[in-house]
Design a protein around this ligand. Structure first.
Ligand SMILES: NC(=O)c1ccc[n+]([C@@H]2O[C@H](COP(=O)([O-])OP(=O)(O)OC[C@H]3O[C@@H](n4cnc5c(N)ncnc54)[C@H](OP(=O)(O)O)[C@@H]3O)[C@@H](O)[C@H]2O)c1
Length: 269
């Protein structure tokens, strides 16, 4: 999906990866709607990028239709939807606080599914669009201390695989991004949980999970969307791991080659 001139709605825009991604997307000529809860941070990021700041709590899923309407009032229909907001909940499941399961699932999984469901009818009518999910290698190989987070990311990656099949032939693309650890406050918070910290320490000593630079991540994500790539795994040395987890999905995709989902006909009508 060509980013130049496209209206991109980016969630989690003020975070470590989101803020870099916003800057990268703006540099590629995208018209941006940026979403996060903290209005001053959002405004400070949006102003120099000429972006539209839309403060919102994505766990308030009943308000997502209003959020989308406000984005479209300002910049017109959304061409690219980027699900980047998430919370990591670094704790053994027994230590997760009351209410945190529901909040984490709402932010990491319910909100992306709802926003995608809401944005698709307009994309289908126009016959173009792109949905991007920033998922995690925790979707395919969860470490202890990330049980809740990994469950939401596995759900997100699975949803994107299903969506891609549903959208064949419609002109709407998807990109699933599965990231290893990025140099960020999120990783610093994960390192406060001793079991997670030990597991990441072991992975790092084996050389399989080097810390990613958030600027490199942002560049790679923007390139992947521009090139309409369906999958991006970083670090690239983890790609075989992700490919193994993708094998059943690839088999289904091949088995369904030639079958047209209902959307295809709707998009042509
Ligand atoms: N960092 C890593 O090592 C790593 C590794 C693999 C995958 N990832 C994925 O990469 C993405 C970005 O990670 P990150 O490290 O950049 O995260 P981050 O720095 O913690 O940023 C999170 C962003 O989401 C927003 N946010 C949080 N709760 C929200 C809510 N309820 N409603 C709306 N916005 C909310 C935050 O702003 P407010 O607090 O102001 O709302 C912030 O903009 C996430 O999907 C994460 O799972 C990260």
């Amino acid at each position: 999906m060509r980013l130049s001139g496209a209206h991109v709605l980016l969630t989690g825009a003020t975070g470590t990866i989101g803020s870099r991604l916003a800057t990268e997307l703006a540099a590629r000529g995208a018209r941006l709607t940026l979403v996060a809860r903290t209005a001053p941070d959002l405004t400070a990021l949006a102003a120099p990028l000429g972006a539209h700041a839309l403060p919102a709590d994505l766990t308030d899923t009943d308000r997502l239709p209003d959020l989308l309407a406000a984005a479209e009032d300002h910049h017109g229909p959304v061409d690219v939807l980027v699900h980047n907001a998430a919370a990591e909940s670094a704790a053994l499941l027994t230590d997760v606080r009351d209410g945190e399961v529901a909040r984490t699932v709402a932010l990491n999984l319910v909100a992306p599914l709802e926003l995608t469901r809401l944005v698709l009818p307009s994309m289908l009518r126009r016959g173009h669009g792109h949905v991007v999910a920033v998922s995690s290698l925790a979707a395919v190989a969860t470490f202890p201390g990330l049980t809740l987070y990994g469950a939401t990311k596995a759900g997100l990656s699975a949803a994107m695989a299903g969506l891609r099949l549903e959208l064949r032939g419609t002109g709407i693309g998807t990109t699933t991004v599965e990231l290893g650890p990025v140099a960020s406050p999120m990783m610093e918070r994960i390192a406060t949980e001793p079991t997670s910290a030990a597991a990441f320490g072991r992975a790092r000593s084996l050389g399989v999970l080097p810390l990613l630079d958030p600027d490199d991540v942002a560049t790679a994500v923007a390139e992947a969307v521009d090139a309409d790539r369906r999958h991006l795994t970083l670090p690239r040395r983890a790609a075989p791991l992700a490919a193994m987890s993708q094998a059943p999905r690839s088999v289904v995709r091949l088995a369904l080659t030639g079958l047209r989902p209902a959307h295809h006909e709707a998009a042509r009508a």
